[in-house]
Design a protein around this ligand. Structure first.
Ligand code: FE2
Ligand code: FE2
Length: 330
């Protein structure tokens, strides 16, 4: 059963019989675990939640290109350079699929871009951390893309069709990203002592932020229940975080690296890993725009948007010329 829906608008008027029938049809689709498509009726709150979530997700992919693009010119070999370039390009593609999915809900690409560059839109705070060493490329792939997979695989079954379908392809590419990160770390970990230290240092810095990517603890995540009732979200933040840690532990052993939590231990009674408290103060600081690289990331995005103005103008001019030519031909 679906949970009671939030009011569709601020209006206090009773829904019309047509609206009631449309709502009942929507509820039936959700209850049957079916898909809502762009032309279907949907409650305003469902549409709003999806626009917020998908656009934030798209922005995260686009901003997420920056910490790694920073290393393309300095990758240690041609092979590493081409892999990293392919990965950064994938992230651009993910952003584009997701902007397109959000557009099917009625928001324009320009509006989303304006919200991002004006600093009014959120994106994943993980991308506001710096990438000082090559090992950061490994830690991002292993931990950040790994957390993204844990979060996003269930989204392949999201009730909104265009979002779920975009996630299928994205998840396939994210698996490649995670493997390339793991492989970078493995090579460094088995390399010289200095390389091993560099790998461990990167894991030490990225481990906790990657756990924060799952969002606040369940009892502080007020919107989660509604998202789960709408079949957008399938598992709670804490469940996903726990599942992710369970995946990391054996992989860290293979890497010969330590996860930086002295309290991390399997608990037979709970059937889950015990872990230390997450320092949410840091999370909230970064979320509030006071992370190490917030200003730099936004400034860079703004600059890229301005630098790309000529491409947009040229595309518009070309489209206008094509339209005129077609009119003359007709
Ligand atoms: Fe991605
Ligand atoms: Fe990725």
């Amino acid at each position: 059963m679906t949970a009671p829906l939030a009011p569709a608008s601020a209006s206090t008027t009773q829904p019309s019989p047509d609206e009631q029938a449309a709502q009942a049809q929507f509820d039936r689709i959700i209850d049957a675990d079916g898909r809502i498509e762009p032309r279907d009726w949907m409650p305003a709150a469902y549409r709003k939640t999806l626009v917020r979530q998908i656009s934030q997700h798209a922005h995260s992919e686009i901003i997420g290109m920056q910490p790694e693009a920073n290393w393309i010119t300095r990758a240690p070999s041609l092979k590493r350079k081409s892999i990293l370039m392919a990965k950064v390009q994938d992230e651009a593609g993910h952003g584009l699929y997701l902007y397109s999915a959000a557009q099917t809900l009625g928001i324009g690409r320009e509006e989303m871009t304006d919200q991002l560059i004006a600093g009014r839109a959120r994106y994943s705070s993980i991308f506001n951390y710096p990438t000082p060493t090559w090992a950061d490329m490994g830690a991002i792939g292993w931990l950040v893309d790994g957390a993204a997979i844990a979060n996003q695989v269930p989204l392949c079954r999201a009730s909104y069709g265009p979002y779920g379908r975009a996630m299928v392809r994205i998840c396939k590419e994210e698996s490649f990203h995670q493997r390339q990160g793991f492989e970078i770390l493995l090579e460094l970990s088995q390399g010289t002592e200095a390389q091993h230290r560099m790998a461990q240092d990167a894991v030490d810095r990225w481990y906790w932020p990657s756990l924060m990517m799952f969002g606040p603890p369940d009892d502080e995540s007020p919107n989660s229940a509604q998202s789960m009732a709408w079949n957008i979200k399938r598992f709670s933040n804490d469940e996903l975080r726990q599942r992710f840690v369970g995946m990391l532990v054996p992989q860290a052993e293979v890497l010969g690296l330590t996860l930086p939590d002295p309290n991390l231990a399997w608990n037979d009674e709970t059937g889950a890993y015990d872990m230390s408290e997450i320092d949410w103060t840091e999370f909230h600081e970064v979320l509030a725009g006071r992370g190490p690289c917030n200003a730099q990331r936004l400034q860079h995005r703004r600059q890229a948007h301005e630098d790309g103005a000529w491409v947009r103008e040229a595309a518009h001019a070309y489209a206008a010329t094509q339209a005129t030519t077609e009119q003359v031909a007709a």
